[in-house]
Design a protein around this ligand. Sequence first.
Ligand code: ZN
Length: 139
Amino acid sequence: MSLSVALRQTIWERAGNCCEYCQMPQDYDPATFEVDHIVPGKMGGESVEENLALACFKCNNHKGPNIAGIDPVDGSKAFLFDPRNDNWSQHFIWDGPLLLGLTSKGRTTVALLQINVGHRVSHRRQLITEGVFPLSKKS
Ligand SMILES: [Zn+2]
């Protein structure tokens, strides 16, 4: 599915050039971020602003075609965080370089997208030391 240059630009700008899942800014990640279909095309998700999010390569790669997963705490099924319909701060909180899920949806997303694997935590710890992450919340 190819997206127009204008639509891509809209998605990047709306996200402030940060991953809408793990909040990593593109400026501090060597892998180019991607426009994610929140609901994949194969499931009927359309290439429209309401179904698109900016995701870092790692989050997008692990998310793949999934829209749901298993909560690692209680084993229940849960939908993944939806950047268009869910409020980030309601589902996640930073504990230093670790991203904690506050809800079943948050925990499931952290687990499936492997947001707390070692090299990603080390990378964030480095950026915290440099004082450039996490970015202060926009409004
Ligand atoms: Zn990410």
